[in-house]
Design a protein around this ligand. Structure first.
Ligand code: ADP
Ligand code: MG
Length: 238
């Protein structure tokens, strides 16, 4: 599961309305990308879905349940950020297991989940290393592993690759897409990078100043951009 319905959701910080009321549905299993220029409200929208920010108005419904006032830890979601805080003194295995140990899960179940996650992320050979002995891409994979083991109903990514160099970024995009295929879980992915949006998304949500300009598949946006902003941002002529 992992279906999201936002109904007239808005967000203001003080007097500044950064997201005017918007409606958005994200279907179960979909890879949805929020794309738009810096400051357009992508992270804020993701944080409203995660419960890390309170909505100013409107409702957030997850899998048919009203979740607007439910705290982040109880929404069944895992979030992956651009900066990944790994514990330097712990092995990869312990870093990935950390949220499960906090939840006091059974040891055998922890071992299984960590090894399954390592397999999805090609980290099996690195489980006994420490973060300092890994490349940037491997470290980001450990951070994703920590999100996977919780078996969330959806993954929320906020520009997870922007700290990586260009070559690594290309590989990590493929790995996240592959992970989406294998896990078949809803993913909501925030980026300001059009290429990332066009290559990874089932559905793209184009944002400008907190307003949804268009929602559609990469091909739909490319062929039929609704306005010059979308056309300019996606890079097709109109
Ligand atoms: P993006 O992720 O697209 O770059 P953000 O969601 O971070 O954009 O920010 C959208 C707008 O909301 C920006 O104008 C930003 O300055 C403002 N904003 C974000 N978080 C806060 C906050 N905690 N307090 C005040 N303004 C904020
Ligand atoms: Mg942001």
């Amino acid at each position: 599961m992992g279906r999201f319905v936002l109904d007239k959701v808005s967000k203001s910080f003080g007097d500044a309305q950064v997201i005017p009321p918007l409606d958005l549905t994200i279907e179960d299993g979909e890879f949805t990308v929020f794309v738009g220029p810096s400051g357009c409200g992508k992270s804020t929208l993701l944080r409203l879905i995660a419960g890390l920010e309170d909505v100013t108005s409107g409702t957030v419904n997850i899998d048919g349940k009203e979740m607007t006032d439910v705290p982040p830890a109880k929404r069944g979601l895992s979030m992956v950020f651009q900066s990944y805080a790994l514990y330097p003194h712990m092995s990869v295995r312990k870093n990935i297991a950390f949220p499960l140990r906090m939840a006091k899960m059974d040891k055998a179940e922890i071992k299984k989940r960590v090894e399954d996650a390592a397999s999805v992320l090609n980290l099996t050979d690195y489980l006994d290393r420490r973060p300092g002995q890994l490349s940037g891409g491997q470290r980001q994979r450990v951070a994703i592993g920590r999100a996977i083991v919780r078996e969330p109903s959806a993954f929320l990514f906020d520009e997870p690759l922007s700290n990586l160099d260009a070559a690594l970024r290309v590989g990590m995009r493929l790995e996240i897409s592959e992970m989406h295929k294998r896990l078949a879980t809803t993913m909501i992915y925030v980026t300001h990078d059009q290429v990332e949006a066009m290559t990874m998304a089932d559905k793209i949500v184009v944002l400008q100043a907190g307003v949804i300009e268009q929602v559609g598949s990469p091909l739909e946006l490319y062929r039929s951009p609704r306005n010059t902003f979308v056309a300019g941002f996606i890079g097709s002529p109109k």
